[in-house]
Design a protein around this ligand. Structure first.
Ligand code: GLC
Ligand code: GLC
Length: 646
């Protein structure tokens, strides 16, 4: 769409800022004109009822121009050089890590760049590094200054040094923007607490319990054990403030345009640091409305679309990842719908599939996972997943009941089994995890625990059981392989590449002991990681396999996320298989989720319009002759194959 008024307004402001629309800045100018009306439209959808909406819209335009003007020549060049949809590539593999727990300070990452290179990781997600109160930090997700690096990690300058090095090594950087809330020690919160009306309006503040009680009726508890309810009393001003997460995380009020503009400017601050992928923390929560769950509301999507179009205009090289860990249908909406299809978030976490992999490994039955794919496959071309087996958060069993019921299971009993299995309660379960966020009212719970511990390594080690140790290693690798090959950018959680089991040291730290998610956020012991060099050790086996998987990914362009996945007909409930196809190429990936050998007929490979004669397995380097329809490929317990049609 186009409007002369908006065109003229943009022109006027560009001129005032001395933007060279005819020559040097022409590309920016073109992008601006292409997006200006949509930006206006989206902005007005949110804020038109404000008397000064026209005035504040002008500030949005200025914020965009400033962002472009503050962008370095190097980044502007990168913006142009990054191919469209660069992030769909099979050549990107990420790792998510806490700088302090991984190596100490930001500057120490310098010495670790070779480690990432050795493994094949070329995208780093640094867990929050901006200022956050030590004892009330939620792992850095309670930010008290969005622009000051926490001294604990170093300085902004250190970050820049690392970013430059990473840039030289063709590595990508991912950082968070914690959009939904600030720490109660953020300057805005401090001012609000001192009675400053302007800043009180940055938050949701109420004089009594009347509205908070109304809100609480329909808003679920995120941390029911440690932070029940959604409001916290602020005694200095005798008011209640909305705190959906912990009581020290105050929710920002995006119905106030000043909040949006401040945060947009912060987003650009991160773009101009050189962030390649911006992880938008908890976007599902950014709009609140009485009588609703205050999650996934249409206005939350409007805000994200608005952000996307602003970023697209000023700093287009930065992709957006929406961390929406919500119901499968809701996750899909973060890619945009209708005329905004593929114009909202570039990435979302494939949280549905992540949880389903855990479902399948617990039951040994892949059917629930399969029934969910119809939903997951709706992802539009041009967008991608972050695929993962574990991250710093708990595993939520948030997929739909119908996916469970189609198999014939009771969804209540099934989820109960999964919770019992992963917390190790279920007789014979090899897993050692714990329940997180148990809601006494609904009995809902999520799961904590590291990849290795949930796969049985911790228990097998404590029992000194050789067979089970090997089996758990096999499980770990199979879980990773499945998520590395399914399409999207794999995000390895640090420590998992060498099989860290749960770390219980958090129990001795008052700022962490109330939150068992810390059990799977290990402190790295580099002596242990050194053992990766000895292929006979557990660390060596897991590291070298992970390394091999990454290198296979890099070789196979068919693995890039081009909406080219077809799930195979399930001939054996223990085996999940998908085919990746491009032109006449085919690669079949098959995974055995059970602890016994599984048989799959060769007919499986002939169902999709081809009758391949030989299949080359990139994992074992074997060539298989495709047998008769009634003969079998046998897959080892928790084994897998990556079979390219030759
Ligand atoms: C996100 C983070 C989680 C944090 C929450 C509140 O879900 O991943 O760790 O607790 O947001 O910021
Ligand atoms: C919210 C986040 C989710 C996280 C949880 C806390 O629900 O969306 O990512 O798991 O908070 O851990």
């Amino acid at each position: 769409m186009y409007s002369t008024d908006i065109h003229e307004q943009v022109n006027e402001l560009l001129l005032a800022k001395k933007i060279d629309v005819a020559k040097k800045d022409n590309l920016f100018y073109t992008r601006f004109l292409a997006n200006a009306y949509t930006i206006y439209e989206l902005y007005m959808q949110l804020y038109k009822q404000h008397l000064n909406a026209k005035e504040t819209f002008k500030q949005v335009i200025e914020t965009i121009i400033n962002a472009y003007q503050n962008r370095s020549a190097i980044l502007k060049k990168k913006d142009i050089n990054k191919e469209q949809n660069w992030f769909l590539s099979n050549e990107i593999t990420g790792m998510s890590l806490y700088v302090d727990r991984f190596c100490g300070k930001l500057i120490d990452l310098n010495d670790k760049l070779n480690y990432f290179k050795e493994l094949g990781v070329n995208l780093l997600h640094l867990m929050p590094i901006f200022e956050s109160p030590q004892e009330e930090s939620d792992g850095g997700y309670a930010v008290s200054d969005f622009r000051k690096v926490n001294e604990h990690f170093g300085t902004l300058n250190d970050l820049q040094i690392i970013q430059n090095k990473m840039n030289d090594e063709n590595m990508y950087l991912m950082l968070d923007i914690v959009l939904n809330h600030t720490s109660h020690h953020h300057e805005w919160a401090n001012k609000a607490r001192q009675g400053d009306k302007k800043y009180q309006e940055y938050f949701y503040m109420f004089d009594d319990r009347r509205l908070p009680d109304e809100f609480d009726k329909s808003m679920p508890d995120i941390f029911p054990e440690t932070a029940p309810g959604n409001f916290t009393y602020v005694k200095e001003i005798n008011k209640w403030v909305m705190t959906v997460f912990h009581n020290y995380q105050w929710d920002l009020n995006y119905s106030n345009p000043a909040v949006f503009i401040e945060m947009l400017d912060t987003i650009f601050f991160y773009s101009n640091l050189g962030v390649d992928i911006l992880r938008i923390d908890a976007p599902a929560f950014i709009w609140k409305q009485l009588g609703t769950t205050s999650q996934n509301l249409p206005e939350a999507h409007t805000i994200l679309r608005l952000i996307k179009h602003c970023v697209q205009t000023a700093t287009p090289g930065m992709a957006l990842l929406g961390e929406a860990i919500v119901a499968p249908k809701e996750i899909m909406k973060y890619f945009g719908e209708g005329r905004f299809t593929a114009k909202e978030c570039d990435f979302a976490y494939n949280a549905t599939h992540m949880a389903l992999q855990w479902d399948a490994i617990a039951t040994g039955d892949t059917r629930v996972m399969l029934y969910a794919q119809e939903e997951i496959l709706r992802k539009p071309y041009g967008t991608s997943w972050i695929t993962y087996t574990r991250c710093h958060d708990d595993i939520g069993l948030g997929y739909d009941d119908y996916m469970i019921q189609r198999v014939g299971f009771s969804s209540y009993e099934h989820r109960k089994f999964l919770k019992d299995y992963f917390s190790g309660e279920f007789p014979g379960s090899p897993a050692k995890g714990a329940l997180f966020g148990v809601n006494p009212k609904t009995q809902d719970a999520r799961i904590s625990g590291s990849l290795a511990s949930l796969c049985g390594l911790e228990k097998a080690l404590s029992e000194n059981d050789e067979y089970d140790i090997e089996l758990s290693i096999q499980k770990i690798i199979m879980m990773q392989a499945h998520s590395f090959l399914i399409g999207g950018v794999p995000m390895i959680f640090y420590g998992d590449e060498v099989g860290y089991t749960n770390d219980y040291s958090y129990l001795n730290d008052a700022g962490k002991s109330y939150d068992n998610r810390w059990m799977h956020r290990p402190v790295i012991d580099w002596n242990k990681n050194e053992k990766r060099k000895d292929i006979g050790t557990i660390e060596g086996k897991i590291f070298s396999s992970t390394q091999k998987l990454i290198s296979i990914r890099k070789k196979l362009s068919i693995i890039a996320d081009k909406k080219n996945i077809t799930w195979l007909t399930p001939h054996n409930i223990h085996v999940a298989g998908y085919m990746r196809a491009w032109n006449s190429e085919r690669t079949y990936c098959l995974f055995n989720f059970s602890n016994k050998a599984a048989y799959v007929t060769w007919y499986t490979f002939k169902e999709h319009g081809m009758r391949p004669k030989t299949l080359f397995d990139h994992w074992t380097n074997q060539t298989f002759n495709v047998g008769l329809d009634q003969e079998y490929l046998i897959i080892e317990p928790y084994g897998f194959h990556i079979l390219e049609v030759k």
